[in-house]
Design a protein around this ligand. Structure first.
Ligand code: ADP
Length: 332
């Protein structure tokens, strides 16, 4: 399997933390979502209640966690961070919910991966700030109601389509985060270089921004690689950008190895498609969820892939981008 570089090391996480915008005004782009969140927060403040539950949907690295932190910061309430995979039983969720303080913001990342039983508990909690705790088993089982402190749930998901309707319906507001425009990513990079006290030419930031897959996290990470390269090789500017990006297998469109592996599988093994998601996932040795929520959205956005009812199809631009040609159909 091809592993996408993730910010797993302590250093990478600290680096991300340092660059996280602290309030809505510092948050670059997503104007609509920012205005909507601002209204939600102002209304809650004026009515002296907790803000509505918020669902943030979109590919990784577009700012979902950052927005949750900003909502907590701006509403002046503490933030509790959990994630779907960490909630494997209703009891895991009950433990978190029953310990929330009034007004606390509960952020559940990858909420679509939460256990089914916990999901059902969450419905009642979101609606009435109450849960029922089951005690005992079989005929003697009883449920004990437990009142919760009022809280705001912020759920994040890479695919809102995966959430069951009853859960989706209980969010007062859903924000779909879009990929960022290149000029917005330049702004992210200018801000990051200022915070890191890096001097970097504007043609260099423009080049990095254009190759960042529309994703602030990737822009910041590439900036760091370019800085490393410039430091080690005692060079700078565009030269360092090109050399570092080549070293890390980022191409002119910003596609990384996994993006290209998926495309070239469709082209070389399935003659451009259509090919089903699962077949495709197996042929590149990745999970279908990763293909669907991480790889495909960007390929679709740059016009290299289309999703059809019969499967995934590579576009003409994909053949051109990978420098491959489609064999003309033979006579027999
Ligand atoms: P997600 O939770 O959607 O995967 P994060 O909120 O963790 O993404 O964002 C990843 C990194 O990208 C953060 O460290 C932050 O510095 C940066 N980032 C994300 N969105 C923005 C933005 N709109 N403006 C500036 N930086 C951003």
């Amino acid at each position: 399997a091809i592993v996408r570089p993730t910010p797993e090391s302590e250093a990478e996480l600290a680096f991300e933390g340092a660059l996280r915008p602290k309030n809505l005004a510092e948050f670059v782009g997503q104007e609509k979502v920012r205005a909507q969140l601002q209204l939600l927060l102002d209304a809650a403040r004026m009515q002296n209640r907790t803000p509505d539950h918020i669902l943030l949907a979109g590919p990784p690295g577009l700012g979902k966690t950052t927005l949750a932190m900003i909502v907590a910061e701006e509403s002046g309430h503490p933030l509790r961070i959990s994630s779907g995979p960490a909630i494997q039983h209703a009891g895991d969720l009950a433990a978190v919910l029953s310990s929330l303080v009034p007004g606390e913001i509960l952020f559940i990342d990858e909420i679509h991966r939460m256990a089914r039983s916990a999901e059902e508990m969450l419905y009642l909690a979101m609606e009435d700030f109450r849960i029922d705790i089951m005690v005992g088993k079989g005929a003697g089982a009883t449920s004990i109601p437990l009142d919760l402190a009022p809280f705001t749930l912020i759920g994040a998901t890479t695919r809102s389509g995966l959430l069951p309707n009853p859960l989706r319906d209980r969010f007062g507001f859903t924000a779909h985060l879009e990929f960022y425009e290149t000029h917005e990513l330049e702004e992210v990079l200018v801000r990051a270089s200022r915070l890191l006290a890096l001097e970097i030419a504007s043609d260099a930031t423009a080049e990095i921004a254009g190759r960042s897959r529309g994703t602030p996290r990737i822009a910041n990470r590439l900036l760091r690689r370019v800085r490393d390269y410039a430091l080690v090789h005692d060079t700078d500017g565009l030269h360092a950008v090109h050399a570092a990006l080549e070293l890390y297998d980022v191409d002119e469109l910003g596609l990384d190895r996994l993006d290209r592996a998926v495309l070239s599988a469709i082209l070389a093994r399935f003659d451009g498609g259509p090919v089903g998601l699962n077949t495709l996932a197996v042929s590149v040795g990745e999970e279908s969820e990763t293909i669907e929520s991480v790889v495909e959205p960007f390929l679709v956005r740059v016009g290299l892939l289309t999703r059809t009812p019969r499967g995934r199809v590579a576009t003409k631009a994909a053949w051109r981008h990978l420098g491959m040609t489609q064999e003309s159909p033979g006579l027999f």
